[in-house]
Design a protein around this ligand. Structure first.
Ligand SMILES: [Zn+2]
Length: 200
């Protein structure tokens, strides 16, 4: 899935069990990190633009180095090392990385039914066993759009209620402004629902 969906899934899935913004940020970044093994695309593009011999690092590295148990353990240890509440961060990061794997297995197919994306969970040490789901849907699909939109709505609703959001990963001051806007929207929605006869 896209990095945006991975981030939203990580936030919605784990923010509640973490006690501060720093730990939430670390766990969400751990959930994004598996896709760093797609960085070969930059080298491939550079080689192409520079007229150098064509390379295929993206296909060779992607899903092999970042999408397996080795990467999951490495990211868990790194997250725990820089987190405040280390045990909590370690557990959340481990599951957040695996949530990323699950999301990729569900919805990362190419444009044809055979263009399935598989994971090498034991990679890069063992590349003989590919994990793949035959029912995988396309990367650009209504399923992924629906999941992303749902996660975003959950995130916004929770942010307006709990008074913190991922904006706080960048700036606490910006987060305060964002939360004030969300809470204003929330009051408007509640007022509208009450006006329509719904109990809120
Ligand atoms: Zn991925």
């Amino acid at each position: 899935m896209s990095p945006i969906t991975h981030f939203l899934a990580g936030w919605v899935g784990f923010e509640s069990c973490l006690r501060n913004q720093r730990d939430r940020t670390i766990v969400c970044l751990a959930g994004l990190a598996p896709d760093l093994d797609g960085a070969g695309i930059v080298i491939d593009l550079f080689n192409k633009l520079a007229g150098l011999p064509e390379s295929n690092f993206y296909q060779d590295w992607h899903r092999l180095y970042g999408h397996g148990i080795t990467a999951a353990i490495a990211l868990t240890l790194l997250a725990a090392a820089i987190g405040h509440d280390r045990l909590r961060v370690a557990i959340a990061a481990f599951f957040c990385v695996h949530l990323h794997f699950l999301c990729d297995l569900l919805g990362s197919r190419g444009s044809t039914p055979d263009d399935l994306w598989g994971l090498y969970y034991l990679g890069p040490w063992n590349v003989t066993q590919e994990m793949v789901w035959r029912g995988q849907w396309q990367l650009v699909s209504w399923q992924n759009l629906l999941i992303t939109a749902t996660l975003l709505l959950i995130l916004l609703e929770r942010a307006s209620r709990k008074a913190y959001s991922p904006v706080g990963c960048i700036s606490q001051r910006a987060d305060a402004v964002f939360i004030a806007i969300l809470q204003q929207w929330r009051r408007s929605v509640m007022k509208l629902l009450a006006h329509l006869g719904f109990k809120t």
